[in-house]
Write a protein that binds this ligand. Structure first.
Ligand SMILES: Cc1cc2nc3c(=O)[nH]c(=O)nc-3n(C[C@H](O)[C@H](O)[C@H](O)COP(=O)(O)OP(=O)(O)OC[C@H]3O[C@@H](n4cnc5c(N)ncnc54)[C@H](O)[C@@H]3O)c2cc1C
Length: 265
């Protein structure tokens, strides 16, 4: 099976500052790495490849030139090929444009060797919309499943997956090709081998721009459909209260008093 994994290069930081004046993320100077959620999508693709003989894994990323580093990180893990979708005209595009570009890349790969499965992470750790996987499936008109925590079975024609929902687990059967986004519970990502790291440095990463993809400018133009009104950091949490008292009874008495003051009891 030909598997495509969509990966995004994102800041390797748990705290991305917001520019108060513009309401935009301040990304300059931050370290970059593979979106943590995408590590699970890559791992699952590699596991399926190991199960289904003759499979290949192609990694696609939409982003600037530096995103090539993250593609190489996946080649070091055992992915077979990488494609960087990049063009000055793609800068500033929104999720509509990004998913459109990914769908063009999948279609292009599909003409060379039919694609059976596209895997995405649940969300990115910067913009975190959690929509690309489903939007991509819509562009491709393929079945899709989100929040997948397990591939129960997969062959060339169909996949059975478990999807984690708030009230339980759904089991879904999907005809392939399909687009699936996965959650962290699905596996434990592997680490790269030294040999993999060395090989990934020399591997060729294809670069596709607007011309190679035949992208319509109107679909990727910045600010076309979605206006980013603002981004702000959540208000700082107030300090907690340390429950005083040497014994459990004293601590309980303090808590009861507090709950009474707050009129909870
Ligand atoms: C008005 C506007 C302007 C923007 N301008 C910029 C900009 O100038 N520069 C910029 O970097 N971002 C910009 N963004 C953000 C960018 O459009 C989003 O990061 C992108 O659409 C993906 O959305 P997300 O990060 O929320 O991914 P999610 O939907 O949360 O990601 C889910 C999964 O989709 C896949 N995925 C997501 N993004 C990519 C990608 N790029 N390549 C491959 N796979 C991917 C991954 O598997 C990921 O786990 C802008 C957004 C808006 C709304």
């Amino acid at each position: 099976m030909n598997i495509v994994v969509c990966v995004k290069q994102t800041p390797s930081s748990t705290s991305v500052p917001v520019d108060a004046a513009t309401g935009k993320l301040k990304l300059e100077g931050l370290p970059w790495g593979l979106n943590p959620w995408d590590e699970y999508a890559v791992e699952e693709a590699l596991r399926i490849k190991e199960k289904l003989a003759g499979s290949t894994v192609t990694v696609v990323s939409v982003g600037p030139a530096r995103a090539e580093e993250s593609i190489r990180a996946t080649l070091a893990l055992g992915c077979d090929a990488g494609v960087l979708v990049s063009d000055p005209s793609f800068e500033g595009t929104d999720s509509f444009g990004t998913s459109y570009l990914l769908s063009l890349a999948v279609r292009k790969i599909n003409t060379e060797k039919p694609v059976g499965l596209v895997l995405c992470g649940k969300q990115s750790n910067d913009y975190a919309s959690g929509v690309i996987g489903q939007a991509l499936a819509a562009w491709l008109e393929w079945p899709s499943a989100a929040f997948v925590r397990k591939f129960v079975s997969i062959d060339d024609k169909a996949a059975k997956v478990e999807r984690a929902m708030e009230d339980g687990i759904d089991t879904l059967e999907l005809d392939l090709p399909a687009a699936v986004s996965v959650i962290k519970e699905i596996n434990e990502p592997r680490l790269p081998s030294l040999r993999g790291k060395m090989a990934s440095k020399k591997a060729a990463v294809a670069k596709w721009g607007a011309a190679e993809l035949g992208a319509e400018a109107a679909k990727v133009s910045a600010g076309g459909r979605l206006e980013q009104v603002g981004t702000s950091t959540p208000p700082a949490r107030g300090g907690g209260v340390l429950v005083p008292g040497g014994t459990a009874q004293e601590k309980a008495a303090f808590l009861v008093q507090k709950l009474k003051e707050l009129k909870f009891i």
